[in-house]
Ligand binder design. Structure first.
Ligand code: DX5
Ligand code: ZN
Length: 220
């Protein structure tokens, strides 16, 4: 993918003004809505669930990118498809039969994503890389917004890019956690296609301009 995409993470939005923040993303240069679903078991935090996602998809006019930080995600694949997810990402660490899970996601008409925690080697994805539409490389430990970026991510992205090329796969690479204007250029250079940004976007004074800048940096 040549043009780099920006995916604001709704986790950092103001939930009291959710519709306003969704419209801000609609009217910005952002490409995707990144939606973090946390169950308090796979990660030590609970975010929001189906009713909130339903409210988001009612107003959102861009790709809905759902990141499931939950155990046994197979239980909810159908439901997320019905709620309007375009991309459904499960964690490598949460799936015993990852290949089967990926097929189940695609059978519901969604793109299939696999997220990997900072300690998980990208080499573990080799045998399924052709079945993965998006690899979500976690650049923080999942569970919370606003954490600092783990530097080792750059080399992981480079290695993942090699694995994708070696296998003639069309998989794209998305980075999640601690993304700012300080690391966006280097991430893009290493091979990232999509940058998720929560706090950096929603804590900014001028949010649409921050999205625009990030996109420019990633595409420079
Ligand atoms: C963390 C989530 C991220 C988070 C990113 O578990 O998966 O998507 O919202 O937030 P920032 O950009 O603030 O690190
Ligand atoms: Zn996420």
């Amino acid at each position: 993918m040549s043009k780099k995409l920006i995916a604001p993470s709704v986790l950092a939005a103001d939930f009291g003004n959710l519709q306003r923040d969704i419209e801000m993303v609609n009217n910005s240069e952002a490409d995707w809505f990144h939606i973090d679903i946390m169950d308090g078991v796979f990660v030590p935090n609970i975010s929001y669930g189906m009713p909130v996602l339903k409210a988001i998809t009612k107003h959102a006019k861009k790709t809905i990118d759902v990141h499931l930080m939950i155990v046994d995600p197979d239980r909810y694949i159908k439901e997320f498809a019905q709620l309007g997810a375009d991309i459904l990402t499960v964690h490598y660490e949460a799936c015993t039969h990852l290949h089967r899970t990926l097929q189940a996601i695609k059978a519901e008409g969604m793109k299939a994503g696999v997220a990997i925690n900072p300690h998980t080697s990208v080499d573990l994805l080799k045998d399924v890389i052709k079945d993965i539409d998006v690899v979500l490389v976690m650049s923080v430990n999942p569970g919370f917004g606003g954490q600092s970026f783990i530097e080792n991510t750059f080399s992981k992205v480079q290695r993942l890019k090699e694995i994708i090329a070696m296998n003639n796969a069309t998989t794209i690479i998305e980075i999640d956690g601690g993304v700012t204007d300080k690391n966006a250029a280097e991430l893009a250079k290493a091979g990232a296609d999509v940058l998720v940004a929560g706090s950096f976007v929603f804590k900014a004074e001028d949010q649409p301009q921050t999205i625009k800048n990030l996109k420019q940096i990633a595409n420079s």
